[in-house]
Design a protein around this ligand. Sequence first.
Ligand code: FES
Length: 107
Amino acid sequence: MPNVTYIQPDGKEVTIEARDGDSVMETAVRNGVKGIIAECGGACACATCHVFVDEAFMGKVGEPGPLEDDMLDGSAEERNACSRLSCQIKMNADLDGLRVRIASEQV
Ligand code: FES
């Protein structure tokens, strides 16, 4: 199963083995990772699951879709080129070793 590492705004890291097909948000919530609020439960309607994907993985993770892109415009912490909503990234073997930094503000 693929691993994903979450980096808190203070630099603390935790690595979790994700279930194939679960989103990065679901993996965080299921395992008690702080900082991902996920108010809408993964419907791409809240932007409270904002993460910054490690640049090395941007090619594999890909760009946000149009709806996600709109939502990121309203994120609490300003977006950058590596911003994604973690509910929209599904884990798979290709993403093993993924690293994401959790936004310091989600609301
Ligand atoms: S959980 Fe609401 S947009 Fe990701």
